[in-house]
Design a protein around this ligand. Structure first.
Ligand code: KG4
Ligand code: ZN
Length: 343
C-alpha cells in the first residue's frame, strides 16, 4: 500500500528493542529483549556487557519483529524491502550500546535501499505519552525521569523543546538504583523499592528534599542517596533492624515531593494546563498518583505513559521515526551514534 511501514531500533542502554509501525500510527510489532539479568549481579549496567548482548540479540529481535508485523497484517513475515525506512535511537546513551543499533540499521538501510532516520531517545520518551493520550498537543510541560536523566521541559511544539532545568548530579532512576544496591536489593532499584514503599510510612524517616526552595528547575539527588546510605550504616552500627518498607517509602517521598513541587511551579510559570511524564521512573505508582492528585487539583491534565511504554522500548522510537519519515527528514548513511545528544 501507499502507507509507509517503518522499523524502529532501540539499543541505548540495556534493552534491545525493535518495533514496526504502519503509516496510520498502528504499532504492528513491539519486541523488547532485556539484558537486566546479566547486569543485576553488578548492581548496574556494565557498558561492555550491554554492547556484547546487543550484538547477540539484534538479529533475533529483528526476525521476531518482522514476523510479528507480518502476523498483524495477515501476511508472511515482512522483508526488509517492505519497509520504507528504519529509524534508530542515535543518542543519548551508552556509546558501545548505541553503535550496535546504529550499525545494524545502517546496514539494513544500505542493503534494502530504504531510508534511515536518527531518533533522539529522550524525544521517544516524550512521545510515549501519545499511547495514553493520542490527542496530546503542545504546548505542555514534561518531566523526563530515567536512569540517566532528570529534567523538566517546556514542549513548545513537537521538536521544539526548552529544557527548563535538570539534575546537577545523579538522575532519579540512578538514585533508586544506588539505594537498592546499598540495601542489597539488586538492579534495577525502581521496581523493588516502589513495591516495598507501598507497604511503608513515607513520614517514618525525614530525608532531605534538596533544592526544594531553590526557585529554579535544578534537581540534586546525590545528597539524598548519601543520606539514605548514612542512615543504613548508622542503624547497622547500632544493631537496629532496618524497617525496609518505611525506609523505601521515606526515600521515595523525598524524591516525589521535589518532583511534584517543581512540576507544579513549571506548569504555572508557563501558564499551561497539560503535563506529562516520560522515562523509566514514570512507572512509579506513587509518583503517578502524586502528579494526578497535586497537579489535577490545580486543573492540570496529567498524562503518564502506559506502564510498558515507560521503560525503554522501540514503539516510542517508532512514533518519532514515522513523524520524520512523513516529513522527509532522513539521515545520511554516514550518520553515527551521538552518546551526548541533548533534547
Ligand atoms: O528509561 P529507562 O528504561 O532507561 C533509561 O533511559 O535510563 O529507565 C530505567 C530507570 C532505572 O533507573 C529504574 O530503576 C527506573 O527507571 N525505574 C523506576 C521504576 N521502574 C523503573 N524507578 C522508580 N519506580 C519504578 N517503579
Ligand atoms: Zn530511556
Amino acid at each position: 500500500g501507499a502507507q509507509p511501514i517503518v522499523l524502529a531500533v532501540e539499543s541505548s542502554c540495556d534493552e534491545t528493542a525493535m518495533a514496526v509501525i504502519a503509516g496510520d500510527g498502528r504499532i504492528l510489532a513491539n519486541v523488547v529483549a532485556t539484558q537486566i539479568d546479566f547486569h543485576a549481579r553488578f548492581g548496574g549496567v556494565v557498558p561492555e556487557i550491554a554492547s556484547r548482548k546487543h550484538t547477540e540479540a539484534v538479529v533475533g529481535v529483528f526476525e521476531e519483529a518482522m514476523a510479528q508485523a507480518g502476523e498483524a497484517l495477515g501476511t508472511a513475515p515482512l522483508q526488509a524491502t517492505d519497509l520504507a525506512a528504519v529509524g534508530v535511537t542515535q543518542g543519548p546513551g551508552l556509546v558501545g550500546a548505541l553503535v550496535v543499533g546504529v550499525a545494524f540499521s545502517k546496514g539494513l538501510a544500505a542493503m534494502a535501499g530504504i531510508g534511515l532516520v536518527g531518533v533522539n531517545h529522550l524525544e521517544g520518551h516524550l512521545y510515549a505519552n501519545l499511547f495514553e493520550t493520542p490527542d496530546l498537543e503542545p504546548p505542555f510541560v514534561a518531566s523526563l525521569v530515567s536512569g540517566g536523566h532528570t529534567m523538566l521541559v517546556h514542549v513548545r511544539d513537537w521538536g521544539d523543546y526548552e529544557v527548563l532545568g535538570q539534575t546537577i548530579d545523579d538522575a532519579v532512576g540512578e538514585a533508586f538504583d544506588k539505594v537498592a544496591k546499598a540495601l542489597g536489593l539488586g538492579y534495577p532499584g525502581g521496581p523493588v523499592i516502589s513495591k516495598l514503599a507501598a507497604e511503608g510510612d513515607p513520614r517514618a524517616i525525614a530525608f532531605p528534599r534538596a533544592l526544594l526552595h531553590s526557585h529554579d528547575y535544578r534537581f540534586s539527588l546525590s545528597g539524598l542517596k548519601t543520606a539514605v546510605i548514612t542512615y543504613i550504616e548508622a542503624e547497622n552500627r547500632a544493631g537496629r533492624p532496618i524497617d525496609m518498607p518505611d525506609l523505601a517509602a521515606s526515600f521515595q517521598a523525598a524524591v516525589i515531593d521535589v518532583q511534584v513541587s517543581k512540576a507544579l511551579t513549571a506548569v504555572e510559570a508557563c501558564s499551561l494546563d497539560d503535563f506529562c511524564v516520560g522515562g523509566g521512573v514514570a512507572a512509579n505508582p506513587a509518583l503517578r498518583s502524586a502528579y494526578a492528585e497535586k497537579l489535577g487539583e490545580r486543573g492540570v491534565r496529567v498524562t503518564v505513559p502506559p506502564l510498558s511504554a515507560c521503560t525503554d522500548n522501540a514503539a516510542m522510537i517508532a512514533l518519532v521515526a514515522l513523524r520524520d519519515v512523513q516529513a522527509g527528514r532522513l539521515a545520511e548513511l554516514s550518520m553515527d551514534a551521538e552518546p551526548n545528544w541533548s533534547l
